[in-house]
Design a protein around this ligand. Structure first.
Ligand code: FAD
Length: 500
């Protein structure tokens, strides 16, 4: 049982849990991160707009505002240290018609109160110069130069990988089930894979963070409501815009935007539907129509004919009151040492701008631990660098030739739409956090995301996974249990063995 004892256990392998693991791995602590799924980044962190918001949108004085602005400023250094894709693109909140201008000015004022740097107002000519495809009725925009775009998969996985390089342990297929409570204090957790002891448990379970804290009788009135957002992904060959374009926000949220991504696609979304089922990430005909109309309000030329994929993500909308005096606002982040019981930190209600705020949330959690008397000693050998892996698709011809000299598998292109090679796949299977499913390879390499959506590469990746993991092709799956590609060898099917 001794090797099941840790200093700190983190429940949840989204971007926030991964950031917390990485920031804590700087200290002499035995860390465990558990994730119920087969990989990191399978919750909200996998299905969002991938924008590092400037911070003009959250209510001044809220934790969301403070941690958004701080987190945004941390992304440059983090992306350099950890080798993930991030671009400081800037964004425009575009007013369509005179009636939207007062709300745009209110947003500008909020941004100033939140301490957002590099904001400006553009007139209609400047907006049209920067984005020729914009709605001709645009009368101006709020420009925020600090907004960025990021690859949220890479950001999550690279961050957790750096934590592992610095001694943290990550366990997949490991689901938190209950707390071990002795003498009124939390001493560990019970999972589907046994008991793990620790002095602190950090609850970063995304949409399930309310259920986790309730098992320790913490915040019984705190509730997470799933708010679904649906998206279109367009073929970059047919739809190209230059900017991150927001509408002027409404009471429902930031609104449906049209944005470019670090991979060159244009995406449109999300809408905001309150739903009951915490697993329902299906897209709906009505929702997609709403997204299309919202997108066309900004860029009228957007045509759904050029869609290559659709997806939906669930925001973990909490009801934690904002602590700003005099403000009646019930959707702030809840980040606290649980007041009811020793040994639990809750990081809950982390809806947007949670991706942007994620490094600042991790910093905040470190401070909470110090305030609680944890004597955090820095490791002398902490290594903040996780080198980026070679990306064949973005290399010059000369760079590609040099790479192929080091490993001929870089010459075998497996995904033709996105130009992903066999060597890149093999490296991910043998990485510090190994990719063991098709989707895990996809998250790390961007393979299968182009026009053919994996139709060509899937059988080849199945062969490579089986070979490298030493398993049968029949055992290779898309995302874990219940998603195998192959059920039996066709040669093994006997006469009369066909099932209806
Ligand atoms: C539609 C949409 C658009 C968004 N757009 C943006 C944006 O552009 N910019 C931005 O800053 N933010 C955005 N966000 C918010 C952002 O995506 C989230 O705030 C962020 O990803 C939350 O990360 P997380 O780690 O807290 O949660 P998750 O990524 O949901 O991770 C929680 C993890 O906990 C695991 N887990 C749950 N229960 C258990 C258990 N019992 N045992 C073990 N593991 C468990 C889950 O499997 C999951 O992997 C958006 C969100 C959505 C849904």
């Amino acid at each position: 049982m001794q090797n099941n004892a840790y200093d700190i256990i983190i429940i949840g392998g989204g971007v926030v849990g991964s950031m917390i693991a990485r920031f804590l791995s700087r200290y002499e602590l035995k860390l465990l991160l558990i994730e119920k799924e087969t990989d990191l980044c399978m919750g909200a962190s996998s299905a969002n707009t991938a924008i590092i918001h400037a911070g003009y949108d959250p209510l001044p004085g809220s934790l969301k505002a403070k941690l958004n602005v701080r987190g945004n400023a941390m992304f440059e250094q983090l992306s350099q240290e950890l080798g993930f894709a991030f671009e400081r693109s800037g964004d425009m909140v575009v007013a369509i018609g005179e009636e939207e201008w007062p709300n745009l000015l209110a947003l500008y004022e909020m941004g100033k109160q939140n301490g957002v740097p590099d904001m400006r107002l553009f007139d209609a000519d400047e907006v049209k110069r920067r984005e020729p495809k914009i709605n001709p009725s645009a009368i101006g925009a709020l420009w925020a130069g600090t907004t960025g775009i990021v690859d949220p998969f890479q950001a999550t996985i690279a961050t957790a990988e750096n934590a592992v390089m610095n001694g943290a342990t990550v366990l997949f297929n490991t689901s938190f089930e209950d707390f071990i409570i002795e003498d009124g204090q939390i001493k560990g957790i019970k999972t589907n894979r046994g008991y793990f002891r620790a002095r602190w448990i950090i609850n970063v379970a995304g949409i399930y963070a309310d259920a986790v804290m309730h098992l320790a009788n913490s915040n019984p009135d705190f509730k997470i409501t799933p708010r679904r957002g649906e998206y279109y992904v367009f073929d970059p060959a047919d739809v190209q815009i230059n900017n991150v374009l927001f509408p002027v926000p409404s009471a429902k949220g930031k609104g449906i935007l049209v944005t470019t991504t670090v991979h060159g696609n244009t995406i449109a979304g999300p809408n905001a539907q309150i739903i009951a089922d915490k697993e329902d990430t299906a897209t709906t005909a009505e929702g997609m129509q709403e997204v299309l109309e919202g997108a066309q309000k900004l860029v009228p030329g957007i045509n759904p004919r050029f869609t290559i994929a659709t997806f939906a993500g669930l925001r973990a909308m909490g009801n934690a009151p904002c602590k700003t005096p005099g403000v009646d606002y019930h959707a702030d982040f809840l980040i606290e040492i649980a007041p009811e019981i020793h040994g639990l930190i809750n990081v809950a209600g982390i809806e947007s701008p949670g991706l942007s705020a994620s490094p600042a949330i991790a910093e905040y959690v470190v401070e909470l631990l110090k305030d609680a008397g944890e004597n955090l000693k820095e490791k002398s050998d902490f290594n903040p660098i996780r080198p980026a892996r070679p990306r064949f698709r973005t290399m010059s011809h000369a760079e590609r030739q040099a790479l192929v000299q080091t490993d001929p598998a870089y010459a075998r292109v497996i995904c033709r739409c996105e130009n992903i090679t066999e060597a890149e796949i093999v490296r991910e299977i043998h990485a510090p956090i190994p990719a063991t499913t098709y989707d895990a390879i996809k998250r790390r390499t961007w393979l299968g995301t182009g026009r053919c959506q994996g139709g060509f590469d899937m059988p080849l990746v199945t062969q490579i996974l089986a070979r490298e993991l030493g398993i049968s092709e029949l055992e290779v799956s898309k995302r874990g249990d219940g998603s195998r590609f192959l059920f039996r060898r066709s040669k093994d099917i006997q006469e009369g063995d066909h099932e209806a």
